[in-house]
Design a protein around this ligand. Structure first.
Ligand code: FES
Length: 583
């Protein structure tokens, strides 16, 4: 084997010019990276000797007209920059090369420039919706030490600017994955970011750019006035007018707390708006700002208005009006929110029985549900506890969802749980009387879903279970109850619940999962965090996540395969040999 001479700055001697001219190409290594040097137009050119598409050796390619063409899928690359003519293939890394005393010298180049290239490629992957490019740039940026929050920011800004309809599934999944990325195993984290980015790319593909409206310059309206305008304009579905009021509030006309309060007030002025998506989207948008910073507030908040103004209102749906008028029942009890607000700062009182209320919310009669809620408020329940109880009741609907039900009905119980979780997160952050109405809406939604627990699946009682056995449940359809038993058994026998959270995340992210799956998993993780460690309630929300996941797996798992390919390309593995052998 030829010895490679390397100077202190990492420059390598690739061979003599005479040899290069005679053979047309030389191969060498810069650090651990294989490099090919071509002789073309009377000078040397150096690029990585792995096609960025699937790793075919470029020294086997054809050079002409200042470009090298890969012989596998015929991607073409500019020899001077490494930029590809075929965006699906990604750019190849180019290296500075010069001749010194008849020797061909290749230098590593500036790594910070490489990081900028990866950022640009990430944006191009979003523009062109190229999963492999997204995977490779994400892995490359993480390896270069770029924080996940910066990757989330790039994806979020792209999603916010490039979808006329504003906030949607893409930004929801991206934010959800940003929220839970630290709960995952290190090797699963890139996949979480990739899934979020891919949803953003899908959500924006073919959409025109969004231009947020500017604030009303010179307006002297205060936060209260702006909130009042915003609510009435959303109520009358005047999206543009509402957006100007919100933009004025977000640009300094109101405090961040007032802006949050007005958004949730408008989202709960009607009952269970857009099957709960509106409350969830508002909450996610506010959570996103914790990742990308408050400077992005005008762009983030304006994205919410169109969906909110157009959203369906459940009081218009017959299921909420007949045979029992649930919206009237909510209206009759709405004054309890003021009393619940007075419990907000309750300290040193006996711990309120949140689980007891959750069980009470599963009553067959809607009036009994409201009575349970009223009794809890009288007993001193705080807004946070009320929100957590509704989320627990909604989780129990999933735990007890019977597999004899229509498969589509998993979406029904999903909506109840994820909306209850969003309401709970918001109440824990910044409770208001208006937002507390969302607790009553959530309780009635859980009540409406009671038929999906008839018959009810048995509560899990397993005494053992391993993560390996649980993972087997994702490989074959029909293991819903088994997955719940194993998730429960694993925990009661002393298994580390954080490892279970990571394992559920790995299961989710390995699949070609749909929008609702990401929402449900993230909601389960947030609720798991809200309960004392090792409590039955914390265990049950993870059982709910395990059952939901098992109800939808397996899929073709193509997205995780792309990340696997990207990872192997980065490690320099010869994918083309595998495919050649398979062929
Ligand atoms: S084009 Fe080079 S490996 Fe596919």
């Amino acid at each position: 084997m030829r010895t490679i001479h390397t100077t202190q700055d990492g420059t390598v001697d690739a061979g003599s010019v005479d040899e290069l001219v005679e053979r047309g190409r030389l191969t060498t290594k810069v650090g651990s990276v294989p490099v090919v040097v071509f002789w073309h137009d009377d000078r040397p050119w150096a690029v990585e000797d792995r096609c960025p598409h699937l790793g075919f050796p470029l020294h086997q390619g054809t050079v002409g007209q200042g470009m090298v063409t890969c012989h596998w899928h015929h991607a073409r690359f500019d020899l001077s920059s490494g930029c590809t003519f075929d965006p699906w293939a990604d750019d190849v890394r180019a290296f500075p090369v010069h001749v010194d005393g008849g020797r061909v010298m290749v230098s590593p180049g500036d790594n910070s420039v490489r990081t900028d290239v990866l950022r640009r490629r990430l944006r191009e992957g979003l523009e062109e919706n190229l999963t492999l490019v997204l995977a490779k740039s994400t892995l490359g940026l993480l390896d270069a030490g770029v924080a996940p929050a910066e990757i989330v920011s790039i994806g979020a800004r792209f999603g916010l600017e490039n979808r006329r309809g504003g906030w949607g599934a893409g930004l929801t999944v991206l934010t959800a994955m940003a929220n839970i990325v630290d709960d995952l195993d290190a090797d699963t984290r890139p996949l979480a970011l990739l899934q979020g980015l891919r949803f953003v790319a899908n959500d924006t593909e073919g959409h025109p750019t969004r231009f947020p409206l500017s604030p009303m310059s010179g307006s002297t309206a205060d936060g209260e006035q702006l909130a009042s305008w915003y609510r009435s304009l959303v109520d009358s579905r005047s999206a543009d007018a509402a957006e100007r009021a919100l933009a004025t509030a977000a640009s300094g006309g109101a405090s961040p707390e007032q802006v949050e309060a007005m958004l949730f007030a408008a989202a709960t002025d009607h009952v269970f708006v857009d099957e709960g998506h509106t409350v969830d989207f508002v909450n996610k948008a506010l959570e996103l700002m914790a990742h990308v910073g408050r400077d992005e507030a005008p762009l983030v908040l304006s994205s919410l208005v169109g969906q909110m103004a157009a959203a369906s209102r459940s009081e218009e749906l017959s299921a909420w009006r007949h045979p029992v008028d649930l919206t009237a029942l909510i209206a009759e009890h709405v004054e309890m929110v003021g009393k619940a607000m007075q419990n907000r700062d309750r300290l040193a009182a006996p711990e309120f029985a949140v689980r007891g209320l959750a069980d009470g919310l599963l009553a067959d009669d809607a009036a009994d549900v409201m009575a349970a809620m009223a009794a809890a408020v009288d007993a001193g329940a705080t807004p946070e506890e009320l929100g957590r109880a509704v989320a627990m009741a909604a989780a129990l609907r999933i735990v007890r969802f019977h597999t004899a039900s229509d498969h589509q009905d998993w979406n029904v119980v999903h909506h109840g749980f994820t909306t209850a979780n969003a309401t709970h997160q918001a109440l824990a952050r910044h409770p208001t009387p208006e937002l507390l109405r969302g607790v009553l809406h959530g309780a009635m939604k859980v009540h409406l879903d009671r038929f999906l627990n008839v018959p009810a699946a048995r509560l899990p009682s397993g005494q053992s279970g391993s993560l390996a056995e649980l993972a087997e449940c994702w490989d074959e359809q029909g293991h819903v109850d088994r997955a719940g038993e194993l998730a429960w058994g694993y925990q009661v026998q002393g298994g580390d619940p954080a490892a279970l959270v990571a394992a559920l995340g790995r299961g989710l992210l390995s699949e070609d999962a749909g929008f609702h799956w990401f929402q449900l998993y993230e909601a389960a993780v947030q609720q798991w965090r809200a309960w004392p460690p090792d409590s039955d309630e914390a265990r049950l929300v993870l059982v709910a996540a395990a059952r939901f996941l098992a109800a939808h797996t397996p899929t073709r798992r193509e997205r995780s395969r792309v990340v696997d390919i990207a990872r192997r390309l980065r490690r320099g593995e010869a994918l083309y040999e595998d495919v050649g052998a398979a062929g």
